[in-house]
Design a protein. Structure first.
Length: 338
């Protein structure tokens, strides 16, 4: 069965063809970083306009790369929310039109809940995928959430950020350091040359039993370190602040993820979201999972950041259960619990 996934929740236009909810035959992502970087953040109006320009070429490209025609597709999956309403509506209306015209079933998908399902994408039939139940750490630009999954669309939130998301903290600290937007990958790169103990950063909420997160204090600490340098922020200071900040965020994410495993009695951890591309987080999670005797499932970076293959995996499973959305499916910019 072939599922066409469509994703436009934020600033990337993405489409993917996935076979049997397991094999990504194509995954096309058109980034808008070039548009938003000069504003230091995403401009919603510009995001939706670019989605309108890109949606048809991106879907076409996904079909071409998969070597299939629209008539071969068995069902569509589209991001219903959460995200920017103007962005979601572009993908949603497009998917509804195609589903109607081509007489295909359509699934509306929760973007955040779909992130960890990237772990079900296989490169080979032998590739390992997680069994249920598992714990997922979802760390993206808008979310930092620990979720217990008992089935594909059967999940319960264990903890969330009380203020900034981890990715948002990376982006804000990058801005303070005069780096570009989005800043997560830039900090990741610079931190390799920095000393993670050079600057003092508290680890908020780490000592608490709660599975919630708080990252705004870490961001404020970064601001104070930058201010202490006045105009003389040297390259060494930039990489030192980047490394020390990153280490603090990674410490908190790792401790809480392992704590969530203990709390749920699960020994399977899935990590997803753009921050799951972070090289230091990937290494530290690997070490922590080995120590905790847990299985770690980390999708390849291209399936951690926003993509439509994860949407297709969730949509495929919803459609298998017979859940086909009607044409009055509407955008859900906010989604209770997420
Ligand atoms: O999941 P995603 O692609 O989009 C959202 O749904 O938000 O996540 C984007 C976020 C951005 O904040 C970006 O800075 C962060 O993921 N990110 C990273 C890295 N790559 C992307 N953060 C830390 N290290 C990275 N290597
Ligand atoms: Zn995302």
């Amino acid at each position: 069965m072939l599922t066409l996934g469509i994703e436009t929740s934020c600033d990337d236009t993405a489409a993917s063809v996935v076979r049997d909810g397991s094999y990504a035959l194509s995954s096309v992502v058109s980034s808008q970083d070039d548009i938003h970087s000069k504003y230091g953040g995403i401009v919603p109006e510009l995001a939706s306009r670019r989605h309108i320009e890109m949606i048809i070429p991106v879907v076409d490209e996904a079909l071409i790369r998969a070597g299939v025609a629209l008539s071969d597709i068995d069902g569509l999956a589209v991001t219903e929310g959460p995200g920017l309403v103007g962005s979601i509506l572009v993908g949603l209306n497009f998917a509804k039109s195609v589903a109607y015209a081509a007489k295909k079933p359509l699934a509306g998908v929760n973007h955040i809940a779909a992130h960890p399902l990237a772990a079900f994408l296989k490169e080979t039939p032998e590739a390992d995928v997680p069994d249920f139940p598992f714990v997922a750490l979802i760390a993206s630009g808008g979310h930092t959430t620990l979720v217990r999954y008992d089935g594909f669309a059967d999940y319960a939130i264990l903890g969330s950020t009380l203020d900034d998301a981890a990715g948002e903290a990376f982006d804000k600290v990058a801005k303070l350091l005069g780096l570009g937007f989005p800043g997560g990958a830039i900090i990741d790169g610079l931190a390799k040359a920095g000393d993670p103990r050079a600057f003092d950063f508290t680890r908020p909420y780490m000592g608490k039993t709660s599975l919630d997160f708080s990252f705004s204090g870490i961001k404020t600490a970064a601001l104070e370190h930058v201010r202490a340098f006045k105009e003389e922020l040297t390259p060494d200071a930039v990489s030192g602040i980047a490394a020390s900040f990153q280490e603090a965020v990674v410490d908190v994410l790792v401790v809480k993820a392992i704590r969530a495993l203990e709390r749920t009695g699960s020994n399977r951890l899935v990590v997803a979201g753009g921050v799951a591309c972070n090289s230091r987080l990937r290494l530290r999670l690997q070490e922590a999972a080995t120590e905790a005797d847990a299985r770690l499932f980390m999708p390849a970076p291209r399936y951690c950041s926003d993509n439509a293959a994860m949407i297709a995996v969730m949509g495929f499973n919803q459609l298998q259960k017979g859940a086909s959305a009607s044409l009055d499916l509407n955008a859900r910019p906010t989604w209770e619990g997420f």
